[in-house]
Design a binder for this molecule. Structure first.
Ligand code: TMP
Length: 254
């Protein structure tokens, strides 16, 4: 029997009740899925890598004043986070054309977009997370106009931060997805970045070679996904010298 109460299980993560009210434990699984879970695999080490990488990005956001759910890492696969009321939208920011925007608009993959483009998808697996407009969002009450303005501002700040961090290690941030949640204080709420930021939810291309270092490696069978994520972690200095998943050898303690 599990020692903790499971709150929610998604495709790549599990949320458990946290040690204090208003907190949750976020567990990163090794499961990889694509095309709305039509393609599935277990990738050894992916959960540990994403736990570390999401910690790294969220801490960086905290350092520049972008509010987010991260509190602290608990172990290889788990982190303590603030509980939020998730807004049922995926907020996508695109700097270069790739993926669904190419199909939708007939753009060439890799085209530099004239400015960062923000898209919203309604989070509903049964519907395949359809693209929605601000009109839909307001009309169906998923978020208010103020929430929308705040979401766009948060997404652009995350984009500036992530683009810079990646560029510094020779990686192009093509696009990414974030999720945003509400934190309530009486009748008022504010928005914070939630869920995760990892190569599962970004497109990352090597600046020189164009090598893909994100989940497209799995989606398109381009090689070993854990190798690609390890490369990202290594360049960012996130990976311990002995790697993840290897326990240090026993040592005599005097
Ligand atoms: P797309 O090109 O498939 O619309 O994806 C754009 C970016 O958003 C890409 O980095 C992958 C990410 N994304 C997710 O992480 N989860 C999702 O459900 C979707 C639709 C996109």
């Amino acid at each position: 029997m599990s020692r903790r109460k499971k709150i929610y299980e998604g495709k790549a993560k599990i949320l458990y009740e946290g040690p204090e009210p208003g907190t949750l434990v976020q567990y990163f699984k090794d499961d990889a899925t694509a095309y709305n879970a039509e393609k599935k695999a277990v990738i050894d080490g992916k959960g540990a890598l994403n736990n570390r990488l999401s910690e790294f990005f969220m801490q960086g956001l905290t350092a520049i004043g972008v509010p987010n759910h991260f509190i602290r890492r608990l172990n290889m696969r788990e982190q303590l986070i603030r509980q939020v009321e998730i807004i049922p939208l995926e907020v996508i920011v695109r700097n270069y054309a790739a993926g669904s925007i190419c199909k939708r608009l007939g753009l060439e993959e890799g085209m530099h977009l004239p400015r960062p483009i923000i898209e919203f998808c309604y989070k509903d697996d049964a519907l395949g997370d359809p693209l929605v407009s601000e009109e839909h969002i307001i009309a169906f009450g998923w978020a208010s106009q103020q929430d929308l303005d705040d979401m766009v501002a948060l997404a652009l700040r995350v984009n500036d931060f992530l683009s810079g961090v990646m560029l510094a290690v020779g990686i192009r941030l093509v696009d990414f997805k974030i999720e945003i949640g509400r934190i309530w204080d009486g009748d008022f709420h504010r928005l914070i970045v939630a869920d995760e930021i990892s190569p599962d939810s970004c497109r990352l291309w090597d600046l020189e070679t164009g090598r893909k270092l994100d989940k497209d490696v799995f989606r398109r069978d381009l090689g070993d996904l854990a190798d690609a994520y390890t490369e990202v972690a290594r360049r960012l200095g996130v990976l311990p010298k002995n790697g993840l998943g290897e326990s240090p050898k026993p040592r005599l303690v005097n």
